[in-house]
Design a protein around this ligand. Structure first.
Ligand SMILES: Nc1ncnc2c1ncn2[C@@H]1O[C@H](COP(=O)(O)OP(=O)(O)O)[C@@H](O)[C@H]1O
Ligand SMILES: [Mg+2]
Length: 242
């Protein structure tokens, strides 16, 4: 019996239905994109690394009381997740200035942000994910005020848990993007947490260990993701080098 039907293919993951209407199969692909999908390349092992990375982080967050969609690993490149009705906004938390914040505000890269900042962006590649705010979210009914408050609270709780986890491994969690959705009546964290959607620097050398290596053509992209995984204690299966 075929129970898995492709529901949606995004830039990095594909979602399939399962025999359980409340669950989806989330397949992490090797596709790596930047600049709102303008630059797309296949990077060997990336899907596998991100699948294990995401599983590890989501389980840490669940243990810390932050509800999320992760259920279990299915195989090297896919996981079973709760089926959510996604809120079409991205929540970005920053501990150090980098990327678009530097371009928009003219601040120096690496400036420590105290307290950390929180931003909303609309998930819309055609519009290049424009920055939005609470007022726009309410007016256009992308989410309710209750959802907004909950997303901000969870996003900052995530920061407390993960900044410490990364620092213990000698890593700085520079910034990250989260997506939330509704599971029945509760709002929970969805999508993924991987080096595709955050910035991670070595705490001492400031070596870039995230998708900026791909955006800036620095090379050794997946090798950097694997270094982070290894330093966090994430066990990755040994795969033959393609
Ligand atoms: N648990 C979930 N239930 C339903 N949709 C989800 C869930 N987790 C993530 N998604 C959605 O899956 C889609 C595929 O992910 P991705 O490839 O990262 O897409 P995108 O190109 O939009 O970034 C995204 O639209 C994301 O919001
Ligand atoms: Mg995505």
């Amino acid at each position: 019996m075929i129970t898995e039907t492709l529901l949606y293919t995004g830039k990095a993951k594909s979602l399939y239905t399962t025999e359980n209407p409340d669950q989806l199969l989330c397949v992490f692909r090797n596709d790596t994109s930047a600049f709102d999908g303008e630059k797309i390349v296949q990077l060997a092992r990336k899907g596998m690394v991100n699948n294990y990375f995401n599983a590890f982080i989501m389980q840490k967050l669940a243990q810390a009381g932050i509800p999320n969609h992760f259920e279990k690993l299915k195989n090297d490149t896919s996981s079973i997740v709760k089926r959510l009705k996604m809120i079409p906004v991205e929540c970005v938390v920053r501990n150090f200035a980098a990327g678009s914040l530097c371009r928009r505000l003219g601040v120096e890269m690496g400036l420590e942000l105290k307290p950390p900042t929180f931003e909303f962006f609309l998930k819309n590649d055609a519009l290049h994910d424009p920055m939005i705010n609470d007022s726009l979210i309410i007016t256009f009914q992308w989410a309710t005020q209750k959802d907004i408050d909950q997303m901000k609270a969870y996003a900052l709780q995530v920061n407390t848990v993960l900044s410490e986890l990364f620092l213990k491994a000698g890593l700085l969690l520079v910034d990250y993007k989260l997506e939330f959705g509704h599971y029945h009546n509760s709002l929970i964290l969805g999508d993924e947490f991987s080096p595709d959607g955050c910035r991670i620097w070595d705490a001492k050398t400031k070596k870039v260990l995230d998708k900026d290596r791909f955006r800036k053509d620095m090379g050794d992209v997946v090798e950097a993701y694997e270094e982070v995984a290894q330093r966090l204690g994430i066990a990755l299966p040994v795969m033959p080098v393609a």
